[in-house]
Design a protein around this ligand. Sequence first.
Ligand code: C2E
Ligand code: CA
Ligand code: CA
Length: 533
Amino acid sequence: MKTWSWKTWRWSLPSVAIVAASLAAFCAGGHFAAKALIQSQQMRQLGELTDVVLRRSEVAVDSGSASMDEIVKAGNIDCEPAALQAFRLRVYQRPGVKDVRLANSDGSVICSAYSETLEFDKGWVGRSDMLPSRDSSLLLFRVEQFGADALGVMRDRGDSRSLVAILGINSYLFDIMPAELRAHSTVTLKLTNGQALGEFSLDEIAVVHPIDFVRSSARYPLLAMISVDRAALARWNGQLYWPAMLLAALLGLVFGLVLIRTRRVEGPLAELDRALVREQFKPYYQPTFHLKSGAILGCEVLARWIRDDGSVVPPMNFIPLAESTGRIRPMTWQILNQALKDLNALLRERKEFKLSVNIVPSHLLDADFVPTLRRVVASAKVATRQIVLEITERDKLDDIARAAEVVRELRDLGFRVAIDDVGVGHSGLSQLKVLGATTMKIDKFFVDTITRDGSTTSIVEMLVRLAKDLAMTVIAEGIETADQVQALCSCGVEEGQGYLVSPPLPIAKFAELVEVQQAKSDIRAALDAAMVA
Ligand code: C2E
Ligand code: CA
Ligand code: CA
């Protein structure tokens, strides 16, 4: 069976359609996968950025809380100059802390590290409006100082005196967005009651259709939010898209090619079936000839598989598979029908012309073989005695009695039956007798050795004697030289077949060969007639 290779690659419309469909499917899949991948990556990255905002804010609160804890540890919690100096020292040490104050338990301020700043406070809330943290002694609230938002952190000490750290919320704390999104996003920190503590955005900001990413702190009543413009987000990280699409297209192309390849090498049996449907099995014809005169007496039909590309596959590459899978039956009828069509005029004109067809033993033994054969030959209006059925002796006949019965039936109908490859098969000479065939085809093996080997001559002579006894015609196969013709004639063989006269030919060439021979014999006949006259 012909195997696939890149050299034999041929494009057909279905192949192109398969590759195009595969490309389209993979590109569509690639598009959605790339989009989903990019989106999930964006979600993850923006989630992480929101976390960063929250962490930075928590660290700021931690810093305020730590400064108050240090003051408590130092022990002087009052409004004396020494205590206020200690407050200022903490403010100095911690950049985020703007002020430290002493407050009553209701949240009202008693004194401040910088008492002059007190008058600039706006929106100072009472304890009841302060928001608790996971550490319940820490309360958070918003206060406005000098027109800017600040975060108040009160450390409730459980007695009448509480400490408050005022944290300045530097919006540059939130300048964390990547360059592509910086002008299309806002980063906000809020208290969980919705009060904004700080926001970072560029002046020329354009967040038309925002997508929000929100994270809330587990430790403090704080919310971080990043709002990004949808269109800007769609463009962000888009560099992944085209490589992903290219990869998808490549995969689609490879998949399409693999699909075609598997279609092409889908298995020899499927190929055989397709060839049967397309009637690609054609008869070739090899003449049988009279050894002495060279006159063409008939021909053997030999199957050839003509592929789409015009290549010719020899029978040994498909007959065994066709035989083992039962396809030999439709194949035989296809070939015989074609042969009867090709040679119809010749067969009807020259009644002595014989057409030999190869029949596998299992087909011969089919119940409907003989009726079908009769019908096929009758509908071609060809005489049954012009048809020779060649049964090979190479394979063992399982049911010799039944085979003999079929051979008798065929002979009764006028058909001729040849035993093919005589001398190299499993069955002994006794089978020849039992089968009752009309013709014996001596295998090429004997023809090859007859000019070199004396024992071959004896065997051929013996076969010729046997044939005579059984009233069988003898045909020697595979004759390639004139010496072989001579040797065969000496043994008493009268008919032959072989490259010496012609290889198997397609119908046009075979018809030409027959015509040329006919013309020659006509000339000879005319000359003979002239001589006689
Ligand atoms: P076969 O029936 O013994 O056919 C004779 C084979 O010998 C053919 O080979 C033919 O081309 C080859 N041959 C004839 N003269 C010469 C010669 O001088 N020199 C050499 N080297 N070869 C020669 P082919 O056509 O390849 O067929 C091989 C076998 O395939 C046939 O052997 C036959 O058993 C089988 N076959 C062919 N066509 C059919 C068919 O339609 N049906 C069945 N069942 N078998 C077929
Ligand atoms: Ca044959
Ligand atoms: Ca043969």
